[in-house]
Design a protein around this ligand. Structure first.
Ligand SMILES: C[S@@+](CC[C@H](N)C(=O)[O-])C[C@H]1O[C@@H](n2cnc3c(N)ncnc32)[C@H](O)[C@@H]1O
Length: 242
């Protein structure tokens, strides 16, 4: 049975962007062949998926990063929080290989990886199973005709609202101001999310427990100022339907 959070059962949304970049180095190929099978999972046919079952030992909570790129942020969070089960989803093989190298280098044991579309995972997850979600510098798709490709969509927010625990945090970041506006408008319009900002510093600066990503560093080097948006999943309350 499918959880079907906004995706019709069996439906696979169109995936845009690259799956592979420059030729993988032999070490990266080795990691994809030897390390990935033990750390990766597929979206199961039988849903909903309780992500705690993906980890060999009990975890305090499960956090998810969508489109982790080279995995710098995901690996850093996993290393900082060894009792958390960190899930990451990425479709770009070169990025996955980079994360695997970091996992090996740091001896990280609490990461599980989906090499597939993050939207399928969100739709498949059990209700109230995520304690934190990160979507950092997602592809901005700036052209008007491409904006519908943006991953932070009302459908995704509905799926996250369902999969996130009460009080769970959603962290979004981008250096594309048009996308930032759209993210903010969509999340503010969503009944399940509350913006945590109290003043400009809250969206102009990362919190101390928010490691930088590769795309963020590229944006800063190019003189662009990213926006950091933190939302809390509102309490459902006894009779709430959101
Ligand atoms: C602009 S990069 C940012 C990467 C990283 N978060 C960072 O800040 O450095 C966006 C990433 O999202 C990935 N991506 C795009 N759509 C995705 C999807 N539907 N599911 C999983 N990953 C996706 C892309 O492959 C790409 O690596």
């Amino acid at each position: 049975m499918s959880a079907g959070a906004g995706l019709a059962e069996g439906a696979r949304p169109m995936l845009y962007g690259r799956r592979r970049g420059r030729a993988l180095r032999p070490g990266q190929r080795r990691l994809l062949e030897t390390s990935l099978p033990a750390l990766s999972f597929a979206v199961p046919d039988v849903q909903p998926l309780d992500p705690r079952t993906l980890f060999p030992v009990p975890v305090e909570a499960v956090w998810l990063e969508l489109g982790f790129g080279g995995g710098e942020h995901l690996a850093a969070q996993a290393a900082l929080h060894p009792a958390i089960g960190m899930l990451g989803s990425e479709v770009y093989a070169n990025g996955v290989a980079k994360l695997l190298a970091e996992i090996e280098r740091k001896g990280i044991a609490n990461v599980r990886i989906l090499v597939d579309d993050a939207r399928l995972l969100v739709a498949a997850l059990a209700e109230r199973c995520l304690g934190r979600v990160f979507i950092l510098f997602p592809d901005p798709w700036p052209k008007e005709r491409h904006k519908k490709r943006r991953i932070v969509s009302p459908v995704l927010l509905d799926g996250l609202a369902r999969a996130m625990e009460d009080g769970a945090e959603l962290r979004l970041a981008t250096d594309d101001m048009d996308y930032a506006r759209a993210m903010l408008e969509r999340a503010l319009a969503h009944p399940a999310f509350r913006w945590c900002a109290e003043g400009p510093r809250d969206w102009r600066e990362r919190t101390a427990d928010w490691p930088a990503t590769r795309y963020e560093l590229k944006a800063l080097a190019a003189g662009r100022k990213p926006l950091y948006l933190r939302f809390a999943r509102r309490d459902r309350g006894a009779r709430s339907r959101i």
